[in-house]
Design a protein around this ligand. Sequence first.
Ligand SMILES: O=C(CO)[C@H](O)[C@H](O)COP(=O)(O)O
Length: 225
Amino acid sequence: MRKKTLIAPSVLASDFSKLGDEVEAVATAGADWIHLDVMDGHFVPNITFGPPVIKAIRNRTKTFFDCHLMIAPADPYLAAFAEAGCDGMTVHAEAGPHLDRSLQTIRSLGKKAGVSLNPATPETAIEYVLDRLDLILIMTVNPGFGGQAFIPAIVDKVRRVKALIGNRPIRIEIDGGVSPETAPLVTAAGADVLVAGAAIFKGGTVEAYRANIEAIRSAAEKAAN
Ligand SMILES: O=C(CO)[C@H](O)[C@H](O)COP(=O)(O)O
């Protein structure tokens, strides 16, 4: 049965001077998950935040914290992110030589395990770890910055990943340049979790965030496959 499309606002586009308020606002506005972009200035050319900041905002909502770890190496920090309050942790297939071990560690910490693929990484990189996965995050921009243009060529990868996972209960998440215009392209191809930053964090009020979330959700659901 088709899964309901989940909308995960990316806090990268929020006002960091009031991060707790922003997280609470999008949760109130109907976000299904909160997407937390962790960047290390090494795996990606930008630096954001780590476990102490996640821990500080954890008590602002019970909404699922979807933690996207754009860091290398990831393994030494997984326990700290789990302790800080991440509900799911996604590591990059390109971030280290021991992806299978990273995924086993995430599940052993009692968290949902995800893997992310950069635009240039083929889906074959995850063929042998499918049974360790709860989520596959397909990047539709090169990671590091919000507000970039969606890369249309990646829609074909979404279709291939959907075919690769077969009947496994793995969610397919899209991150980068998601808007009411691009969302239908990826849900038609099989995606069921949409991360969006710039398209949601505009307007600055709960009402505006609700309208932005619903615009993506409604466009996505009409095309969902
Ligand atoms: O992971 C990211 C960048 O590495 C962001 O989550 C992503 O780019 C979302 O931002 P936007 O919707 O503004 O493109």
